[in-house]
Design a protein around this ligand. Structure first.
Ligand code: ADP
Ligand code: ZN
Ligand code: ZN
Length: 758
C-alpha cells in the first residue's frame, strides 16, 4: 500500500483534502486531528484516536478504521474529527489503519445512525454497524458486483504520470479514466481486459461507479386508480424531494399495494430509488412477484433468509444506485441508497417491525426519521394502523388517506360470532363452523382458519397429581408436539422427550389440554379427506421456499383448507378464500400487556378481512369464549377507524402511549434478586427524583414472564408526558447505571417505546 502514498505529490495534499470538505489544518501544524470513532463494543460513548502516522490520505466522516481496543483490533467508523480530546494527549492511541478514503456511509445515513444510537440510547459502535454489510463490518471491501463503470480513486488521481511503467495496459487504463468515469462496456471495447480492471481495483487506484441512467427503469401500465387511490398517489408524489409522512389506511383488498406500485413507478421515472419494508420474510415473495410484473427495473431483496454473499451484493447494488427497488425486512431500513425517493412501510402496525434484542428499535419509526433526513416521502400502510399512527393522523401530523372500499368491488365480509359456551368442539371446531367449511368446499371455495398456537397442545398434565410439564429455564409451560414427538418451550426453544409416566407421582395417566395447530390439522384431515389441508406455522414453514411454494399451491385455486398462526394472518393475498374462521379467538384477551386489546382487535379485524377478496362475498366466523367482551363486540360492529378511536380514548384516560411516552431500563440476571436490587439502587439514589424532571419512575418490577431462558428479568419503567421528558429521565438513569457496580452476570439495557409487555 505504502508505495502509492509516497507517489502523492506533497504540494497537492491539502488541496485534495479541502476538495473533500475536510481541513487538515491540525495535521499541517503537525499535531493531527482527533478521530472520534464508533467502535463495535458495548460502550455508550464514541472513542477518540489519532490518525496513523503514515496516513496521508483524507480523513472523512463515514469512513472505516481499524482501531485498537484493549487487546483487540476492531473495525470502527469515523463519526467526526475534532480539534482536541478529553483524553490526555499522551494517552491517545492511533488507529492502525484508515480503510476508506471516501465515506462508506454517506452523511444522511450517518445522521440517521447517530440519531438512532442517541434516541434508543444504545452503544453507538453497535448501532453504527447496522449501516454496513456483513463483510464491510469485518473490514473487507464492499461486495464486488458487476460494476457497470469505473472511475479513478483519489489515490489513482494522485498517481504520478510516470508510475506503472512496468504495466503499460494498466497505465493506459489510468490515463483513459483521467478523462472521467467510463462504463465497463466502453472500457472492454477499448481493448482493456477484466484482469486489467481487477488488478487496478485491487490496488485501489480505480473504483466502481454507477452508470445507471434513468431511462433504463420502466414500468408496465398500471390499473386505473379509483378516486381514493388517485388522491393518495397525488399527495404522496407531490412531495418528491421533500419530507412528508402518509398513513394509508385501507381494508384488506382496498388497493394499498396498487398505491405503492404507482408511487414507486413515478419515483423510478425520476431516477429515484424506493425502499419497501415488510414485517415478515414470508411476505417478500408475493410482493417481489408483483414488483417484477410491474417494473422493468432491478430489485434488491434484503432479509435474513439470504446467504451473506447475496445480501452483501444487494447492499452494494443499493448503495451504488444499481438497485431501483429495495425490498426487505426491518433491518433493511438501514440499507444505503444513492438517491432515495420513497420509503414504504407495509403492515406498519406489525410487531415484527420492532427488534426485540440488542438495539431495540422500531423500523417504522426509524423509517419516518430516515425519510425526514433524506427529504423524501414515507408511506405507512395497514388495514389496522397502530394507535400511534392513528393518533398522528387525526392530529394531522401525518397525511391521512383512507381506502374505504375493496378495489375489485368485492363485498366486505360478513362477520359473525359463534358462541361456543357449552358446545362440544371437535379439535376446536364448532358444528356451525364445520357446516360452513363443508358448504364452502362443496362450492369449490377455499377456507382459512386461524389458530394462534402451534404444536399439538399447549400443556401436558397428570390426571392423578396435577403435575404440568414446565420449562426448566422459563416461567412457562411446555407445548406438546406430535411431529416429531417432543415437549418444547416456545420461549427459549428447549426440547425434551415426552415422558411415559408422571415425574411427580409416576402415574401413567398423562393427558394433553388445550388446542394447537397440529391437533386441529389432524381433525381437519379426518373430516375433509378429499381436500388438501395446509398447516401454516413456523414449524411447518421453516424452509426458505416453504412459504412461497405453499402460496403457489393455493394460488392454483382449487378448494382447500389453510390452518395457521399469525404467519397466515399477515398481508397475504388469497383471492379465492371465502370463509374465515377464528378458533379460540380470545386467547390474547387477558394478556398483561397494555397493548393486548389493540393487538387482539387488529388480529381479528385482519383475519376476518381475509374473506371474500374476489367477487364472492366472504364470511368470517369468530369463536370466542367470551363473546360479550366489549372488544369482541366492537370488532364485529365497527371499522378500524371507529375501533381505534375507542381504544385511543382508553389510552388517554390511562395516560398510556401514544398519550404520553414510556421507556424501560431492563435487567437480565442469572440471580433471582440481583436485577431488582440493581434497579432499586438506581431509583433510590440521592438526587434521582430531581433528575427525573417531570417523568415518573415506576418499579423495579419483575417482568410479566419473570424468568426466561434461565435469566431473571426485571425493569424500571419511565413514564412521562412526552418523549422528550422520558428521554431526558432515561439519559440520567443510564448515566447513573453506568457508574453503578454491575453484579456478575447481570446485563442491563434500554428499551425506548417498548413493544414487549411491561
Ligand atoms: P391491499 O394491498 O390493500 O390488500 P391490493 O393492492 O393488493 O390491496 O389490491 C387488491 C386487489 O385489487 C388486487 O387484485 C389488485 O390488482 C386489485 N386492484 C387494486 N387497485 C385496483 C384498481 N384501481 N382497479 C382495479 N383493480 C384494482
Ligand atoms: Zn402425577
Ligand atoms: Zn423455556
Amino acid at each position: 500500500m505504502g508505495q502509492f502514498f509516497n507517489t502523492f505529490p506533497g504540494g497537492t495534499r491539502p488541496q485534495l483534502a479541502r476538495s473533500r470538505g475536510f481541513s487538515l489544518s491540525q495535521d499541517e501544524k503537525g499535531k493531527g486531528p482527533v478521530l472520534r470513532c464508533a467502535i463495535p463494543a458495548p460502550l455508550r460513548q464514541y472513542l477518540d484516536y489519532l490518525a496513523p502516522a503514515d496516513w496521508h490520505g483524507p480523513i472523512v466522516r463515514g469512513a472505516r478504521v481499524r482501531a485498537p481496543l484493549g487487546s483487540r483490533t476492531l473495525t470502527g467508523i469515523i463519526t467526526a474529527t475534532v480539534d482536541s480530546s478529553s483524553v490526555a494527549p499522551g494517552k491517545l492511541k492511533s488507529v492502525s489503519a484508515v480503510l476508506d478514503e471516501s465515506p462508506l456511509i454517506d452523511t444522511r445515513m450517518m445522521d440517521l445512525l447517530c440519531w438512532t444510537a442517541d434516541y434508543y440510547q444504545h452503544p453507538p459502535g453497535e448501532t453504527l454497524m447496522l449501516g454496513l454489510s456483513v463483510r464491510e463490518r469485518r473490514g473487507q471491501a464492499p461486495a464486488n458486483i458487476d460494476q457497470p463503470g469505473f472511475e479513478l480513486s483519489l489515490r489513482g488521481k494522485g498517481l504520478a504520470e510516470d508510475s506503472l511503467t512496468r504495466a503499460p495496459r494498466q497505465r493506459a487504463l489510468v490515463a483513459a479514466l483521467r478523462e472521467g468515469p467510463k462504463s465497463r462496456v466502453e472500457l472492454l471495447a477499448a481493448g482493456f481486459t477484466g484482469a486489467n480492471l481487477r488488478s487496478l481495483a485491487a490496488r485501489e487506484l480505480i473504483k466502481p461507479v454507477s452508470m445507471q441512467t434513468v431511462s433504463e427503469w420502466r414500468s408496465q401500465p398500471s390499473l386505473e386508480a379509483n378516486p381514493e387511490q388517485a388522491s393518495a398517489i397525488a399527495a404522496i408524489c407531490a412531495s418528491v424531494g421533500q419530507f412528508s409522512c402518509h398513513l394509508l389506511e385501507g381494508v384488506t383488498g382496498s388497493g394499498k399495494t396498487e398505491v405503492y406500485l404507482q408511487c414507486i413507478s413515478q419515483m423510478l421515472a425520476r431516477g429515484r430509488q424506493c425502499l419497501v419494508l415488510v414485517p415478515e420474510i414470508g411476505l417478500t415473495p408475493q410482493l417481489l412477484k408483483r414488483f417484477e410484473e410491474r417494473f422493468d427495473a432491478p430489485i434488491a431483496v434484503l432479509h435474513s433468509g439470504l446467504g451473506n454473499a447475496e445480501r452483501d451484493r444487494n447492499w452494494q447494488r443499493a448503495r451504488l444506485g444499481e438497485a431501483a427497488i429495495i425490498l426487505g425486512t426491518r433491518s433493511a431500513v438501514f440499507t444505503p441508497m444513492l438517491n432515495p425517493g420513497l420509503i414504504v412501510v407495509d403492515e406498519e402496525h406489525d410487531l415484527s417491525l420492532s427488534q426485540q434484542d440488542g438495539l431495540r428499535y422500531s423500523a417504522r419509526d426509524v423509517a419516518v426519521k430516515r425519510a425526514q433526513l433524506s427529504d423524501c416521502p414515507v408511506v405507512l400502510g395497514s388495514a389496522t394502523p397502530s394507535l400511534e399512527s392513528m393518533a398522528n393522523a387525526t392530529s394531522k401530523r401525518y397525511h391521512w388517506h383512507q381506502l374505504t372500499r375493496r378495489a375489485t368491488g368485492a363485498q366486505p365480509p360478513r362477520k359473525q360470532i359463534v358462541d361456543i359456551r357449552g358446545l362440544d368442539l371437535n379439535a376446536g371446531l364448532s358444528s356451525t363452523l364445520e357446516t360452513s367449511i363443508s358448504d364452502a368446499l362443496n362450492a369449490g371455495e377455499q377456507v382459512l382458519l386461524f389458530l394462534n398456537r402451534r404444536g399439538f397442545a399447549p400443556a401436558l398434565r397428570c390426571h392423578d397429581c396435577g403435575w404440568v410439564a414446565e420449562c426448566g429455564h422459563c416461567d412457562a409451560r411446555e407445548t406438546l408436539h406430535r411431529k416429531p414427538p417432543r415437549l418444547q418451550c416456545h420461549h427459549c426453544g428447549a426440547r425434551e422427550a415426552v415422558p411415559e409416566y408422571c415425574p411427580g407421582c409416576r402415574g401413567r395417566r398423562l393427558f394433553a389440554t388445550g388446542l394447537g395447530t397440529e391437533q386441529t390439522e389432524l381433525a381437519l384431515r379426518a373430516n375433509y379427506p378429499e381436500v388438501p389441508v395446509y398447516r401454516v406455522d413456523s414449524d411447518s414453514m421453516s424452509g426458505r421456499q416453504a412459504m412461497s411454494s405453499f402460496a403457489d399451491e393455493v394460488a392454483k385455486g382449487g378448494p382447500c383448507i389453510m390452518l395457521g398462526t399469525q404467519l397466515l394472518a399477515k398481508g397475504h393475498h388469497f383471492p379465492r378464500v371465502t370463509r374465515v374462521g377464528v378458533l379460540d379467538a380470545d386467547a390474547m384477551l387477558f394478556s398483561p400487556d397494555f397493548r393486548g386489546e389493540e393487538r387482539l382487535a387488529q388480529l381479528l379485524t385482519q383475519v376476518a378481512g381475509r374473506a371474500g377478496r374476489a367477487q364472492r362475498p366472504g364470511e368470517g366466523r369468530i369463536q370466542p369464549r367470551h363473546p360479550d367482551h366489549p372488544i369482541i363486540a366492537a370488532v364485529l360492529d365497527n371499522d378500524w377507524t371507529t375501533l381505534s378511536e375507542q381504544l385511543l380514548a382508553a389510552r388517554r384516560q390511562q395516560g398510556l402511549p401514544p398519550h404520553g411516552a414510556l421507556a424501560a431500563l431492563r435487567c437480565d440476571s442469572p440471580d433471582a434478586n440481583a436485577g431488582l436490587l440493581f434497579l432499586q439502587q438506581l431509583a433510590e439514589r440521592p438526587g434521582a427524583a430531581r433528575a427525573q424532571g417531570g417523568a415518573r419512575i415506576v418499579g423495579p418490577l419483575a417482568a410479566p414472564m419473570a424468568r426466561r431462558a434461565g435469566l431473571y428479568r426485571s425493569h424500571l419503567i419511565v413514564a412521562g408526558r412526552s418523549r422528550g421528558t422520558v428521554q431526558a429521565a432515561m439519559k440520567d438513569l443510564v448515566a447513573a447505571a453506568g457508574e453503578q457496580r454491575v453484579p456478575t452476570g447481570l446485563r442491563w439495557f434500554v428499551d425506548i417505546d417498548p413493544s414487549e409487555p411491561l
